[in-house]
Each structure stands twice: as structure tokens, then as C-alpha cells.
Design a protein around this ligand. Structure first.
Ligand code: PRP
Ligand code: GLN
Ligand code: SF4
Ligand code: MG
Length: 483
């Protein structure tokens, strides 16, 4: 679930991009990179590690130019190797290009085979490089046409930023799985200075104002010399003939986005609070206190406490020097990190009936460990309440739950999960309840044709209903592995 950030027409563009990526660090902790353009050259620096490790003053001053884009990576394809670190750079039709990608291309295996069989030399193992190759092979005349043309070959999730010496392009696939927002910075030379970011929290940090989201199927082109922007749209008739719907990732609101971000114009913090309220109304429990699994469970626990009238207490403390455990690439690291990261407050929970709120159970690593820790700390009863439905199916659109058999809800019923986790009781928000919460935030009085199903939200990791046949087929193949 990477983070992308871009900025045009500003002095110190590399430093603004650095700050933007810093605010998006929660979306990817494996590697970071920035490209800047000045005249005809694109300068790039990228490496493995956190933004603050990869970039020091020394690297940032070398990234000359008033226009920049950047990337923080959480690998969903091809693993954590150097060649996959973004932004990726290439020359297409003689034009230097830098590309940052958030999402996951579902038909990457087929595209890779086809490209390799026809002589392409691929350097990376991730999906993103394929986009550059497809564009390079397009017989269309202009860069924009090549970009538009590549849409026809790509299936899956791609929110892209593409920098050339003359333009910055912002692209969102026709289902609109991943967020990408446009904002504006104050500029000193009379021309507009645009900001594009996976989340608006990065705009807050650099002092930009949020303007709007890039729409599903939109290519926004910004001319660097003038700041002029134009919107172009993917052929919607072709999209509709595929019977696809808009499919904004509901998990962005459940877990991924920072609570202070407006995601599709809904504040993630408000959505999470409302999920917690709905959870309390639908799954009440007799308890002395509500506690959150920090960080992402906090707004939901506050909503649960508000709706239930049970006091909210801080019963688990998070060590902030440990990153997100769910997006760590290996299970050993994930297990150890939960212990390193979360510590119960003995004096608060001892002898008490506690209801613990988390946003999701994926592999069950976090819940199992914290229930054990809370009982060790003297809690009398530990009830788990989860503010989303059981995650039963893998995501092929940019979250790394690659194998169905790794998902706890896939191999166990909620009752079996309760036994396995050793909680007193366990309950989830249902898919209908989650959708109902999100619908309340939709501002439009009537939904568009493409939003009729589920209000335009993707919920495939809860239901197994993927938008495209390729993902559906992958899902069936993995089902055979589970059975
Ligand atoms: O069932 P699991 O496989 O353990 O995954 C689910 C947990 O992972 C996430 O937290 P994470 O620690 O990644 O990040 P957070 O600190 O932002 O909540 C999520 O919020 C759950 O707590
Ligand atoms: N999490 C993401 O958005 C990852 C982007 C791309 N699929 C990669 O693995 O590099
Ligand atoms: S499958 Fe789940 S995580 Fe993946 S895009 Fe859909 S809602 Fe988001
Ligand atoms: Mg968590």
C-alpha cells in the first residue's frame, strides 16, 4: 500500500517531497525515493529504509529542480529487492520518465510472460516496471496517448504519478481502488504550484490546501512550465462493458490511512469513530472499560465507548519506535514486533472486565498476543470486538495478504477464532454494517451507475467478490490450496 507524493513549481522541491513522504511513511517502510526534474534531466535518489534513513541533507541538495515526485514502498509484488525500489526511471520515446505506483497490477504474470517472450529485458521483479514497458511499446504518437493506451492492457489497482521534464501526470485506474488527491501550495512566481499525494495528511505538513480527489479513470496532466492542468478520461464505454464498478478500498478507512487524512473526502478518524459506534450498537458487552489496540484501534475504541457508555481507558501502551506489524514482510518479525510494541498497563486492567477494540484481524498475530498479555497482567475477562468483518480473502489490489491460508478467518469460524485467541467473547462488524457506516458519509444524494454495488466500495477481502476475473480466478486457485 505504498505512498506517492508529487509537487510542481516550488523551490526546494526535493525537500517538500521529503516532507510529503515523511507524512506518508505509514504506507510503506521498506524503501523510499525521490526524483526531481530541472530542464531535460531527471535526478533520482532511492534506497532501502525509512525516509529519514534514505535522505540526508547531502542527497536532497543534489536533487535539483523545481518539480519532484517520491515514493515509499510496501512491496506487494516481486519482494523487497533493490531493483524494485521506486520511483522507477526509464526513457520512453527518448523522454526521461520517473514513475511512482500505489496499487497492484493483477495481470502482471501474464504481462510479464508476454513481454519476455517478445524480447523485453526486465530489470525488476515487481509489477510497476511492466507499466513502463507497455507504454514504451505503444504505437501511439504522444506520451499522453501512450499512457491512455496502456490503461487497456493493465488490470488491477494503479494510482500513479509520472514525471517527465515537461509534465507531471496523475493517474487513477478506472475502479479507483487507491486514493490520490490534488492540492495547491502558495507559490512565489505567480504560477500555480500543485501537490499530489496518496493522503491529505502530507498536504497538511507541507502547507498545501486540498482541492479534490483524482477520479477513477482520470489522467490529470500538469504542464510544468505553465502549471496548466487538464483532465483526460479513460474510455468509459470500454470500462462499463467489462461490468466493473467503482471500488474504493474500504480498508483504507479501516486501517491503512492516517486518521487525520481525508480519504475520498471523508476524514478517516470520523469513519473509524462511527465504525466503533456501530460495533457497540450491534455487539454490546458487559465490561468495566473499553481499551484500544493502538494505533489504528484508537478512534474505533473511542466510538465504542461513546455509544456504549463504558469508560474508555488506556490499557495498552504502544512503543512508537516500532513500526506497523501487519505490513512487515515476515511472520517472525511480525510476532516479535507485537511484543516489542504493545505493553499492558497492569494497574489499569488488573481485576477488570475489558473490551478490547481493534480495527481488524488478519493473521491473528496481534490479537492473540495482546489477549495473552492482558490476562498475564491480571485482567478478569478479555472480550474482543473488531470494527470490520473477518478478513477471509486475499487482496490482489495492493495489500500484502498474499495467501488465503494465512488468513485466520479463512481457516476458522469466529467461534474457533475465539478459542484460538483465548478471548472470552469475540465479535465483528458485519459487511452490511460497515457499508452502512460508510454510506452515511457519502455526500452525493444519488449514487452514480458505477457505484451502485456497495456504494462504490471494494470489500473483496471480506466477501471474495473481486471486480475482475483474473483476481477471481486467483482466488479460486488459492481456495484449492486451503481445502
Ligand atoms: O491480525 P494481524 O495479522 O495481527 O493484523 C491485524 C493488526 O495489524 C494492524 O496493526 P499494525 O500493528 O500493523 O499497525 P497500527 O499500529 O497502525 O495499528 C491492525 O491494526 C491490527 O492491529
Ligand atoms: N503497496 C504498493 O502500492 C506496491 C506497489 C507495487 N505493486 C510494488 O510492489 O512495488
Ligand atoms: S480487497 Fe480489501 S484491501 Fe484489497 S482493495 Fe479491496 S477492500 Fe481494499
Ligand atoms: Mg493495529
Amino acid at each position: 500500500m505504498c505512498g506517492v507524493f508529487g509537487v510542481t513549481n516550488t523551490e526546494n522541491a526535493s525537500k517538500i517531497a521529503y516532507l510529503g513522504l515523511f507524512a506518508l511513511q505509514h504506507r510503506g517502510q521498506e524503501s523510499a525515493g525521490i526524483s526531481c526534474t530541472d530542464e531535460n534531466v531527471i535526478h533520482t535518489h532511492r534506497n532501502a529504509g525509512l525516509v529519514s534513513d534514505v535522505f540526508k541533507e547531502e542527497q536532497l541538495v543534489k536533487l535539483e529542480g523545481n518539480h519532484a515526485l517520491g515514493h515509499v514502498r510496501y512491496s506487494t509484488a516481486g519482494g523487497n529487492i533493490g531493483a524494485n525500489i521506486q520511483p522507477l526511471t526509464a526513457r520512453i520515446g527518448g523522454i526521461p520518465v520517473s514513475l511512482s505506483h500505489n496499487g497492484n497490477i493483477v495481470n502482471s504474470d501474464e504481462l510479464r510472460t508476454h513481454l519476455e517472450n517478445s524480447g523485453a529485458i526486465l530489470q525488476a521483479t515487481a509489477d510497476t516496471e511492466l507499466i513502463l514497458h507497455i507504454m514504451a511499446r505503444s504505437n501511439k504518437a504522444t506520451f499522453l496517448e501512450k499512457l491512455m493506451h496502456s490503461f487497456e492492457e493493465l488490470c488491477g489497482a494503479f494510482s500513479l504519478l509520472i514525471l517527465t521534464p515537461t509534465h507531471l501526470y496523475a493517474v487513477v485506474d478506472a475502479c479507483g481502488y487507491r486514493p490520490l488527491s490534488l492540492g495547491k501550495l502558495k507559490s512565489s512566481n505567480g504560477l500555480p504550484s500543485w501537490v499530489l499525494s496518496s493522503e491529505t495528511c502530507a498536504m497538511d505538513l507541507v502547507g498545501a490546501t486540498f482541492i479534490r480527489d483524482i477520479a477513477p479513470g482520470e489522467i490529470l496532466s500538469i504542464e510544468l512550465a505553465t502549471g496548466e492542468r487538464k483532465s483526460h478520461y479513460f474510455n468509459l464505454t470500454a470500462f462499463q462493458s467489462l461490468k466493473r464498478q467503482h471500488a474504493k478500498c474500504i480498508f483504507e478507512h479501516v486501517y491503512f490511512a492516517r486518521p487525520d487524512s481525508l480519504v475520498w473526502n471523508i476524514l478517516a478518524n470520523d469513519a473509524r469513530f462511527a465504525m466503533g459506534e456501530a460495533l457497540a450498537k450491534n455487539n454490546p458487552v458487559d465490561a468495566d472499560m473499553v481499551i484500544a489496540v493502538p494505533d489504528s484501534g484508537v478512534p474505533m475504541a473511542m466510538g465504542y465507548a461513546h455509544a456504549s457508555g463504558i469508560p474508555y481507558k488506556i490499557g495498552l501502551i504502544r512503543n512508537h519506535y516500532v513500526g506497523r506489524t501487519f505490513i512487515e514482510p515476515t511472520q517472525n518479525v511480525r510476532n516479535f514486533k507485537v511484543r516489542l510494541k504493545l505493553n499492558p498497563v497492569r494497574e489499569t486492567v488488573r481485576g477488570k472486565k475489558v473490551v478490547v477494540i481493534d480495527d481488524s484481524i488478519v493473521r491473528g498475530t496481534t490479537s492473540r498476543k495482546i489477549i495473552e498479555l492482558l490476562y498475564e497482567a491480571g485482567a478478569k475477562e478479555v472480550h474482543m470486538r473488531i470494527a470490520s468483518p473477518p478478513v477471509k480473502y486475499p487482496c490482489y489490489y495492493g495489500i500484502d495478504t498474499p495467501k488465503r491460508k494465512e488468513l485466520l478467518a479463512q481457516i476458522m469460524t469466529p467461534l474457533e477464532m475465539n478459542d484460538h485467541l483465548k478471548s472470552e467473547t469475540l465479535a465483528f462488524l458485519s459487511e452490511e454494517q460497515l457499508i452502512a457506516v460508510m454510506q452515511k458519509f457519502q455526500q452525493k444524494p444519488t449514487l452514480q451507475k458505477e457505484e451502485k454495488e456497495n456504494g462504490g466500495w471494494c470489500t473483496a477481502c471480506f466477501t471474495g467478490n473481486y471486480q475482475d476475473e483474473i483476481a477471481q480466478t486467483k482466488g479460486y486457485a488459492e481456495k484449492r490450496e486451503v481445502l
